[in-house]
Design a protein around this ligand. Structure first.
Ligand code: G
Ligand code: G
Ligand code: MN
Ligand code: NA
Length: 252
């Protein structure tokens, strides 16, 4: 496709960059981590959404090149933040296709070593599209990451039918609650669904992050449920490194 042609070489041409969305503590509103999100600015097509180009990259076998760029760039940035005395973690999204590669965990560890970043500061987010991969294989990949000290998050939890089964099957540390579970919950002070999902995470001894938090009402609701972390418009959109940095140490 046209998009595929344009995506080839986009890394070398410097058209890709990362933005970072703050992940804040619900109780205090401090930035505890950031999620790196890929952006593509094409000279003619303009801004292309990852929702559009990631599937193309997966089909075209370009996802490994993109994924490598993301891990390097994000870990390099994290190493600078750590050197500046900031205490935070960094999450990156991994495509299931990347996790297909047997040496994926090994490569990630190499990058961490290159940038002298402690493994426990890195979180790899996987979605339930992960089901497309052989589950045993995926378990092996995630276990290898965790043995190296890297954290694993199950992303978009609650957005699809296979979530509960995946949660039972996969070795993960963090549960990210899909924004759809919180939508329109602002008017209520309690929500059984949010409550149950947060409780589920706690019972499984997982850290829970709520996504797509837009209103103070939603934050209060999450606080009431005992949800520890949240991300979304209320705390900040994905921002370039130098702009997200301005939020570190501030109450937001
Ligand atoms: O940032 P935005 O909401 O536009 O992202 C759209 C989708 O693209 C989300 O599902 C997000 O997880 C995914 N995405 C963003 N950055 C990356 C990335 O670096 N790698 C992968 N595999 N997916 C990404
Ligand atoms: O699939 P994943 O959770 O990785 O996608 C994260 C994306 O969600 C981000 O790229 C961001 O653009 C989008 N996002 C971030 N905050 C909000 C929000 O408050 N509301 C909505 N609808 N989307 C958000
Ligand atoms: Mn994500
Ligand atoms: Na998500």
């Amino acid at each position: 496709s046209d998009l595929e042609q344009e995506l080839r070489g986009a890394v070398e041409r410097g058209e890709l960059m990362l933005v970072y969305q703050p992940i804040a503590t619900v109780a205090e509103g401090y930035v505890a981590g950031v999620e790196a999100l890929l952006r593509w600015h094409h000279p003619r097509l303009g801004s292309v959404s990852p929702a559009e180009f990631i599937p193309v990259a997966e089909e075209a076998g370009l996802i490994h090149e993109l994924g490598t760029f993301v891990v390097h760039e994000a870990c390099h940035q994290l190493s600078r933040w750590i050197a500046d005395g900031h205490d935070l973690w960094l999450s990156i999204n991994a495509s299931v296709r990347e996790l297909h590669t047997p040496e994926y965990a090994h490569r990630v560890v190499e990058v961490l070593r290159t940038h002298r970043v402690p493994a426990e500061k890195l979180v790899i987010e996987v979605t339930e599209h992960a089901m497309a991969l052989d589950v045993d294989q995926l378990k092996d990949r995630l276990s290898a990451l965790r043995e190296a000290g890297v954290k694993v998050a199950l992303d978009d939890f609650g957005s699809g039918y296979s979530s509960l089964n995946l949660l039972r099957t996969l070795p993960v540390d963090i549960l990210k609650i899909d924004h759809a579970l919180l939508d329109a919950e602002d008017t209520r002070s309690t929500d059984p669904l949010a409550d149950i999902v947060v409780e589920l995470g706690k019972r499984l001894q997982l850290d829970v992050i709520a996504e797509g938090v837009v209103t103070p009402g939603q934050r209060d609701l999450l606080h009431g449920c005992g949800c520890r972390y949240a991300q979304g418009e209320l705390f900040g959109w994905p921002l370039p490194a130098e702009r997200v940095e301005a939020l570190f140490g501030e109450q937001i």
